[in-house]
Structures are given as C-alpha cells and as structure tokens.
Design a protein around this ligand. Structure first.
Ligand SMILES: [Zn+2]
Length: 352
C-alpha cells in the first residue's frame, strides 16, 4: 500500500511539471500548421498553464534549471509557432478546441493571478531571522494565497511556511519521493532560534516516520512554541529526541533549538513555521495567524535562501543572502511589528 500511495503522489507531480508543459508546447507547434485561428487557443493554453506552473509548481522536486528549461521550451514554441501560423494557410476553426483550450486556459489565467497575488502581503508582518542554517533552503509552501501556500485558508496558519533544503544537485531529495529520511537534504538540519523569546511549549517523543506514512493523530509532531512580546512562533515536525530547550527557558536568535525531522502529519521531512498573534494560549491554532518576514523578505513558494549566519541577538535584522531575485521587491509592502508596538498591531492583524 505505501507503494501505491507513493505512486499516487509522484505520478501527478511528474505529469504536471514535466509532461504537460512538453505536450502543450508540442500542441502549439502542431496547431500552427492549420493557421493562426487554430494556433491562438493552443498558445493561450500553453502560456497560461506555463505561467501558473512556473510560479506555483513544486520545483524543488526537479530543480531550478529544469524550471527555466521548460519555461524556455514553452516560450520558444510560442515564438516559433507564431511564425509558422502566419505562414500557414487558414483552415476552418476547430470550435471544440477553441472552447476547451479557451476555458482551461482561462482557469489557469485566474490561478496565475492568484499565484502572483500570493507574492504580496499587506499590513504589518513579524520580522524573524531564518530558522535554519547550513546550506541553501527553498520554500515549499509560502505566500498569501492557496495557489502558492496550502495553509493560506487556515486562519491561524495563513502565513505558515514549509521549508525544504536543496542538495548539491539543487533538488530537495536524492530520488523523487524516497522512503528513507536521510535522503532528504533537510532531514536533521539544525533548527535555530528565529527570535528572542521564551519557550512556551515543548512536544517531543512523536516518532519520525518514513514517507508516505504520516501521523494524523498528532499533526504538529514534535513541536516548539516560542513566545515573544507580540506573537507566538511555532516550529513543527521536529526530529524525535532532538529538542534542546525546555518550557520557561529564554532563547535567543540563532540559538540551536532542535533538528528537522518527519514527525506528525507530514508528507516528507520539512520545517513548518508559523506565528499567531498574542501570547501562547495553551495550544497551537488558538490565535489569528501573523504574516512573517525573514531578514526583510516575504518568502513565497520556490524562493531560495542561503542564510549567512547569525549567532548573535542583533542578527534578527541581518540580511539573508538571497539566491532568488524575484521576490525581494514585494517584501517592501510589508511593515514590521517591532517589539515596541505590540497589542494594537497584533489586534490589527485580525483584520487582514
Ligand atoms: Zn506546514
């Protein structure tokens, strides 16, 4: 049964990221031979789907080079097809093709707009230091819409992030979806304090399971809650037995806290981080979610981060060395909740 579950996860990912872009690009080239009227619906679908999968795809599976290559193939097919369609005789319009490609293309256009909107956050955000060190990391889930962050429609976890690590080949695991935890680059990565604060809760002893097994009974797995003046920060799916701090302990930015594991309701090893406004309320998912910035950046799916670390208390504001050029500008729309303005800003977040 695990094999079937693995296949059910892997097959759609391969089809959507690799097969469909190539099929749509080929359709653009082929339809161009029957004139511009038949070419236009094909290119509309290829470009809208291409834009959506470029922004919202899980590219840590295949790497940034493959992402760029497939985007290049799509654009190349559109350009080559444009020339070919103009030179081709006008044939009768295939109305069924027009309706199907027009409809599905519009669906992807709407999804692309949602993925672009997910790159921005309005209103105040909690500024944190990146909670991992030792390598290059990539955002698996992150952003303000469900197109780029499946947490986005959950009130407490609306701005949660799931963070993965890239290996030397620029992908998140050695293999497509291995069962062996050690084949995921992030497994056992060092989790460090994203802020100064007090440990409000520690959950440990939840076993780390091999993918695709997950523990729906204890969704957060091994988990830490760090209380700051304005919000409570949660770090989840930690490795069993790896937590180095206790409830009531004061922790600082950059302090070693635990290791990344695969405990709880998780499809593969990753670090889940989110913050809720206000003090720790005795459990996770009790307060409204708070947008997060790391070193001034609002991180979204496929953003890559190489933290230049960060061992002292003043490093919360230190810049993160960024590999991704795409998202830096949008972060400027977010403001920081400093430790000085507290309850009022936290209250404002409920309106977001
Ligand atoms: Zn998560």
């Amino acid at each position: 049964m695990p094999r079937l579950r693995t296949l059910a996860i892997v097959a759609p990912v391969v089809i959507v990221h690799l097969a469909l872009p190539l099929i749509f690009a080929y359709a653009v080239w082929r339809s161009a031979a029957s004139g511009i009227a038949n070419w236009l619906p094909a290119v509309y679908l290829a470009l809208t789907f291409g834009a959506f999968i470029y922004l919202a795809g899980a590219w840590s599976w295949f790497g940034h080079a493959v992402r760029l290559l497939l985007a290049g193939v799509t654009v190349g097919a559109a350009v080559a097809g444009a020339r070919r369609s103009v030179a081709s005789p006008l044939m009768s319009l295939d109305v069924i093709d027009l309706i199907v490609r027009g409809g599905v293309g519009t669906m992807f256009l709407i999804a692309t707009v949602s993925a672009v909107r997910g790159r921005r956050v309005r209103g105040p955000a909690l500024d944190l230091a990146f909670p991992l060190r030792g390598g290059t990391f990539v955002i698996g889930q992150g952003g303000s819409t469900t197109a780029v962050n499946y947490h986005a429609d959950h009130p407490s976890q609306a701005w949660a992030l799931d963070i993965l690590k890239l290996n030397a080949a620029g992908i998140r695991a050695n293999g497509l979806y291995p069962a062996e935890l050690a084949r995921y680059a992030i497994y056992e990565a060092e989790v460090v304090g994203p802020c100064d604060g007090v440990i409000a809760s520690v959950e440990d002893g939840v076993p780390d399971r091999p993918p695709p097994e997950c523990d729906e009974g204890r969704p957060a797995g091994n988990c830490l809650a760090i209380e700051t003046e304005t919000a409570t920060v949660f770090l989840a799916h930690l490795k069993s037995g790896s937590i180095l701090v206790q409830v009531g302990e004061q922790v600082r930015v950059g302090q070693s806290l635990a290791r990344v594991g695969n405990s709880g309701n998780t499809t593969e090893p990753h670090l889940h981080v989110h913050a809720e406004a206000g003090k720790y309320a005795g459990q996770m998912m009790a307060g409204p979610g708070v947008p997060l910035r790391f070193g001034g950046r609002f991180l979204v799916r496929n953003d890559r981060i190489t933290p230049s670390h960060e061992t002292s208390a003043d490093s919360a504001a230190s810049p993160l060395k960024s590999v991704s050029a795409a998202s830096g500008a949008e972060a400027e729309s977010a403001e920081t909740i400093s430790n000085a303005d507290h309850a009022r800003d936290a209250e404002d977040l409920r309106q977001e």
